[in-house]
Design a protein around this ligand. Structure first.
Ligand code: FES
Ligand SMILES: [Fe+2]
Length: 332
């Protein structure tokens, strides 16, 4: 049985940002399979990272005119996996490298391990919305289980402790009405706050926060959005790519409405704010993963603020949940 939930195992995942692709091939991993991504003749190409000859990783080689050259005996492979050159022989070998499907969306190179992928990568709004200031932040991999990393982004209960004073003040909770909506294709928790953020940085960035919203889209995309009186203030959409059972590579997309501040100023501020937050989350996820490993497997209790956890698991498993809605009042 696959160690990955069904929709994750069958899903498309980003493995690199297009702008990360340079002259050299990039070694990546998707659910335990080493893959190589490089600039092919017709655009980004993705191959299983194994030379068919003696199994050297192709990512150790070099790219020449859109073809990847194995460093061991110099066989070259085109984007379609075909061997185009076998040095010393008049004809190229008839053994090709294994290709994987490629899609380029939102500035990212996506692939899938599904045998017959029938869908394209799914981009939730606001990635499909025109007229916003956006930037894509490829984050370095974290030691974390996929679902734990997704939940970490969407979990409203940890910032008071893990990011005390940065994201939420530790001892300044306010009542918040929560609506949890599960749809057949995604789930969301809407927190009506109607208050200024309790911590300094979001206060400066946002002003009055009417609502914060956490959303999950299968296979493994999380989104947090903050809304003010006039609608969206900031949406952070994170595509979590499972490199292996305990390593996740996130790609974070930030969107803000155009306004007085130029896009590059907002990007600099958002990055400066999130660097310490990300470091704290990485550290917590690493410890959590170590601690789970000491017991062999997770055994989780469902807490009263774990609003999205059941839906995340159901949707990632490829289920189509019955639509439902419930409300709660908590303090955040
Ligand atoms: S191992 Fe790649 S060419 Fe021989
Ligand atoms: Fe966090």
């Amino acid at each position: 049985m696959s160690a990955y939930p069904h929709a994750v195992a069958q899903g498309w995942h980003p493995i690199a940002a297009v702008k990360q692709l340079g002259a050299n091939p990039l070694a990546r991993s998707l659910m335990g399979t080493p893959v190589v991504v490089f600039k092919g003749a017709g655009g980004p190409a993705v191959l299983v990272d194994r030379c068919p000859h003696r199994n050297m990783a192709l990512s150790r080689g070099a790219v020449h005119s859109g073809e990847i050259e194995c460093p061991y005996h110099g066989w070259r492979f085109a984007s379609d996996g075909r061997c185009t050159l076998t040095p010393g022989a008049s004809e190229p070998a008839r053994f090709g490298a294994q290709t994987l499907p490629v899609a380029v969306r939102a500035g990212l190179v996506w692939t899938t391990l599904a045998k017959s992928p029938n869908t394209e990568p799914f981009l939730p709004p606001p990635l499909t919305t025109e007229g916003l200031d956006t930037f894509m932040w490829p984050v370095k991999p974290s030691r974390a289980r996929l679902i734990d990393a997704v939940e970490n982004l969407l979990d409203p209960a940890h910032p008071h402790f893990l990011h005390a004073g940065i994201v939420r003040a530790k001892n300044l909770r306010k009542p918040v009405d929560v609506t949890v909506r599960v749809h057949p294709t995604f789930a969301e928790a809407i927190y009506i706050e109607n208050a200024k953020a309790s911590a300094l940085m979001p206060r400066m960035l946002e002003g009055l926060r009417v609502a914060s919203i956490g959303r999950f889209f299968p296979p493994s995309t999380g989104q947090v959005a903050f809304e003010g009186k006039d609608g969206l203030k900031l949406a952070i959409t994170v595509f979590f790519t499972p490199e292996s059972e305990n390593v996740v590579r996130p790609f974070a997309h930030f969107a803000t409405p155009k306004g007085v501040a130029p896009a590059f100023v907002k990007e600099a501020l958002l990055r400066a704010f999130h660097i310490p937050v990300l470091a704290q989350d990485r550290e917590a996820l690493r410890k959590q993963t170590d601690d789970i490993e000491n017991f062999g497997a997770p055994k989780y209790a469902l807490g009263p603020l774990d609003f999205l956890f059941p839906a995340i698991n159901a949707l990632a498993a490829g289920e189509t949940p019955e639509p439902s809605e419930r409300t709660a009042r908590v303090e955040l």
